[in-house]
Design a protein around this ligand. Sequence first.
Ligand SMILES: [Zn+2]
Length: 189
Amino acid sequence: MPIQDKEARKSYNRRYELTHKDAIKKRKHLYYLANRERLLQVSSDYKKTHREIQRESYLRWTRKYKDDVLKHYGNGELACVGCGYSNVDCLTIDHLNNDGYEHRRAEGITGDKIYRWLRKNNYPKGFQTLCMNCQFIKRKTKQTPNLKGRYVLLSEDQSLPEIPRKDIVHIIMERDIVLLQANFKRIEK
Ligand SMILES: [Zn+2]
């Protein structure tokens, strides 16, 4: 007959657990063997969704940190200070004194951790937001390029205006538009 009183049932269960350890263990094992496939599936599903949730939240936070930091070092704009290019996937943090390698090494910063580091250290001076193209230009010329407003937006047929090859700095293609950066003032086609 089931025990009605809650407390009495609890203490009965406790006593049972203490005196029947082996039997409980055996029953659990038999249950596991009988339901092995299903239990393994449940456990793997849990791990998978849990990992996805963790990854998503990590990416969300990293993305937010990254945008905040890039905007701060882009003088309030989520864009390259050298040319104004604003595709966030191509934006990076540039060390003004070109001591990025030493700085990362000294602080133990790898990859995207630079964004967290800058935020945590209250946005120290000595950094700027540059696109990869401007990073490469700076690496070569040792100067931050000043190319803002020198884009030519081409028409849908993507044909290039007649610009001497030597004056073209770089061409960016994005879906159906082509952005061309040339070594002189803005030209409208
Ligand atoms: Zn740039």
